[in-house]
Ligand binder design. Structure first.
Ligand code: PLP
Length: 516
């Protein structure tokens, strides 16, 4: 009999529905915003960073019951997204949120589905998060985050337009451009270093479509572009002139709650799909292995677990920049180490900003503020043993060397016929290394192999190409894999942006792009 025929259960459900209308409140990980002055979700998304430098987190996590998971099984991805996001973004009108989910995750944006799951071999699955417009997992968040920001401006009666300023080393810039293009009440400008992005990435950005987008190259490397943007953000004259024209500066980086919350959805969705295919029963525990850089993706998996998703372990997979592997083994986070350039560049990171959210959950805001002070001062901190105990209950760290990564790409293709990119290969390597008997592990697959075609070709033993564009064709030819639409169509796209400027011209160039 359906639950609501039981009068007691019905009362419970009613109380629950009433509780749902309560606005979910957000606090800062460093303690300046607490339960007493907590803010709504729209405000948290509009502000991005808390005034004490901390990150926004919900005061408590909404619960996900076994019955709800059962209910989600027949739903489409956009419908599942709506159910999960509704639990967190309680001050968004339902119809606005529903439209955002349907538009962000439609077949127009994610041709082959938003997060399909493929079986690699026994007990090992690949959750493909790269079927969006830029062929990497950042699309999962950046397709919906701009819509959430735009709605947040309306909800908070913000009269100004958000001006998103981004310095990019490649992937994030393009994903942000695709996400923010033609979104109401926002404008976006992306700077990329003239000698810091691949030929494919450059072409992707130079051909960007949309009425509210600007793209410009900066002579120099990524640091030049990045510090130029930071300077503009903190320049009172630039801010005043922007405000006068009816705009305010905002950023698209991965610490915004609006980028994290959409990532919870695909972990729940993967679980539902595994029930659907009969690989697991509702209630069975599974593990996730996540190729990690900034710690955002894996933290979303942890939140899903805290909500009630049956998760056994989270495997934090790193490349040779293994600062997180060491942290999870020793309790000391130490960024004072050699930086390595690897085949998985999106994980070449020494400061994982979203780790702060895990510290807050396991240590509270006072200790978190202390750890972050120590990180800023000495580049390192050590968490206490009780904190480490909590972290170790769920997380385990492992890393792959460049050679491990290369061997994994080759072996995974030759043995199982599954073609993966270097980031995903890091995840698969760590999953296989740590896997226990009968443990089912889902690897978050974070990029299309065609995005890193030259390296993937070389790993497979093919070198018959002379540039990145030729490598794309070669990879398809040798493996029989289909080139994703957004990459295949690149050669026929018209170049719209070809300006290149010096770093000291960035401020005036930025301001010149704004009409009052
Ligand atoms: C950003 C990125 C990652 C790292 O994700 P985090 O959330 O920063 O840990 C991994 N792989 C790819 C392809 C990425 O673009």
């Amino acid at each position: 009999m359906p639950l609501h025929y039981n009068p007691n259960k019905r009362k419970e459900a009613f109380a629950c529905a009433k509780a749902m209308t309560v606005v979910m409140k957000y606090i800062s990980t460093r303690g300046m915003i607490t339960s007493e002055n907590a803010i709504g979700s729209a405000d948290a998304i509009k502000r991005g960073l808390a005034p004490d430098g901390g990150l926004f987190m919900p005061l408590e996590f909404p619960k996900l019951s076994k019955e709800e998971i059962e209910k989600y099984i027949p739903l489409s991805y956009p419908e599942r997204a709506f159910e999960i996001l509704s639990k967190f973004l309680t001050d968004y009108p339902g119809d606005v949120l529903k439209k955002a989910c349907l538009d962000a995750y439609s077949e127009k944006t994610f041709e082959k589905g938003a997060a399909p799951i493929k079986k690699v071999c026994n007990d090992l699955y690949s959750l493909e998060l790269w079927h969006g417009p830029t062929c990497a997992f950042k699309d999962e968040a950046l397709q919906i985050m701009p819509k959430l920001l735009s709605a947040a401006l309306k909800i908070t009666n913000e009269p100004k337009t958000a001006f998103i300023l981004v310095a990019t080393s490649g992937d994030t810039g393009k994903a942000a451009l695709e996400g923010y293009r033609d979104v109401d009440k926002v404008k976006i400008m992306v700077y990329y270093p003239s000698d810091g992005v691949s030929a494919v990435q450059k072409k992707q950005m130079a051909t960007q479509e949309g009425e509210n987008v600007e793209v410009c190259a900066v002579h120099g490397n990524f640091d030049d572009a990045q510090s130029g943007v930071k300077k503009i953000f903190s320049d009172p004259d630039a801010q005043r002139r922007l405000n006068e024209k009816g705009y305010f500066f905002s950023s698209a980086n991965s610490i915004n709650w609006g980028r994290l919350v959409p990532q919870i959805v695909y972990y729940v969705s993967a679980y539902c799909d595994l029930i659907k295919t009969g690989d697991i029963k509702n209630g069975d525990k599974i593990s996730f292995a996540v190729p990690t850089g900034n710690f955002g993706n894996i933290l979303a998996a942890y939140i899903a677990k805290e909500m009630g998703l049956p998760v056994s372990r989270l495997i934090c997979a790193s490349n040779t920049n293994n600062v997180l592997t060491d942290f999870l083994k020793t309790g000391t986070y130490d960024k004072n180490r050699t930086f390595h350039t690897t085949m998985s560049p999106s994980m070449d990171i020494l400061i994982s900003s979203n780790l702060e959210r895990l510290l807050y959950l396991c240590a509270g805001c006072d200790k978190t503020a202390e750890y972050m002070r120590s990180l800023a001062q000495d580049g390192k901190y050590t968490v206490s043993s009780d904190v480490m105990e909590k972290i170790e209950k769920t997380f385990v760290g492992e890393f792959a060397s460049e050679n491990d990564c290369k061997k994994t790409i080759k072996e995974t293709f030759e043995k199982y016929g599954y073609l993966c990119d270097p980031h995903t290969a890091v995840g698969i390597f760590c999953a296989k290394k740590l896997k226990k008997a009968n443990e089912k592990i889902v690897v978050a697959s974070t990029a299309s192999p065609f995005k890193f075609a030259a390296d993937v070709c070389r790993c497979l033993g093919h070198t018959d190409f002379s540039n990145d564009f030729e490598a794309i064709d070669a990879l398809s030819l040798h493996t029989g894999a289909e080139i994703p639409g957004p990459i295949a169509s690149l050669s026929s796209k018209k170049v719209r942006f070809s300006d290149a400027i010096d770093p000291d011209q960035m401020k005036e160039t930025t301001l010149s792009k704004i009409k009052a």
